[in-house]
Write a protein that binds this ligand. Structure first.
Ligand SMILES: Nc1ncnc2c1ncn2[C@@H]1O[C@H](COP(=O)(O)OP(=O)(O)O)[C@@H](O)[C@H]1O
Ligand SMILES: [Mg+2]
Length: 234
């Protein structure tokens, strides 16, 4: 569903991403770990088409993001560290607004509330203004937007940074549900523990290169942390 082929990004002399080859299939969740500045956000922004590649290709559903901007955007949803919502509108109104933008047909209020509930927001809360929402609740609205769009690809950039363990755990459960539905997920994160828990594949990025690829099933928490720290020291 999501594929990078020799994907490269330079800023002048500086190489932010060195020819990345990566594939995330339907139902897989690839976690990108790495220190700040490693190239995680650059990778995600290349898939979003926010940044143009210097070389190589970013493909979504087999389509090149550079030449099929609209088609590829229809397939994907993006959740950054802070989901951008209108603070004066309720969770439901925000979802309705974005859903109308993203799709030709608008969903009924009952359908929108059901999506918010599936994303973990109680029906009492969905009518409250978003300015009163916690960060975890805003992330849930982001997940509801992805569901409303029936996104086949989900790009997440440090979505759980700053969430408390309970909110982070709830967020992981939502990702698990999306995986089961066959969504292909790429997530940049610093959370080694949850990478192992929710990820199917884990990549460690350093100075714009994937220096390690691991299967989440084949590695223990301790080993994953050891491998990560080893790469950070080298
Ligand atoms: N527009 C830009 N101009 C110059 N350098 C950039 C630009 N965007 C990102 N970089 C650099 O690319 C590197 C990778 O950044 P980024 O992808 O944001 O890393 P990460 O998300 O892993 O922290 C960093 O060294 C960053 O300073
Ligand atoms: Mg980043």
């Amino acid at each position: 569903m999501l594929q990078a082929v020799g994907l490269r990004k330079t800023y002048g002399e500086f190489v932010a991403l060195h020819g990345l080859d990566l594939e995330v299939r339907a139902g897989e969740l690839f976690c990108l770990l790495g220190a700040n500045g490693a190239g995680k956000t650059t990778t995600i922004q290349l898939f979003l088409g926010f940044v143009e590649p210097t070389a190589g290709r970013a493909l979504i559903g087999g389509l090149d993001v550079a030449t099929h901007a609209l088609e590829t955007k229809r397939l994907l949803a993006y959740i950054p560290e802070n989901v951008m919502l209108y603070p004066q509108l309720s969770g439901l109104e925000n979802l309705r607004y974005f859903q109308t933008l993203a799709s030709a047909e608008s969903l009924s209020e009952a359908a929108l509330v059901a999506l918010l509930e599936r994303a973990g927001l109680s029906s009492a809360v969905v009518h409250r203004r978003v300015e009163s929402y916690s960060k975890g609740m805003r992330q849930k609205v982001g997940i509801a937007m992805a569901m409303a769009k029936n996104a086949r690809v989900l790009l997440l950039d440090e979505p759980t940074s700053g969430l408390d363990p309970k909110a982070s755990n709830e967020f992981s459960a939502l990702l698990e549900a999306l995986k089961v539905e066959g969504v292909a997920i790429l997530m940049a994160t610093h959370d080694i523990f949850r990478s192992k828990e929710v990820g199917t594949h884990i990549g460690i990025m350093k100075h714009g290169q994937l220096v390690a690829r691991l299967s989440a099933d084949d590695v223990s928490h301790t080993d994953l942390e050891r491998v990560y720290l080893q790469h950070m020291h080298d």
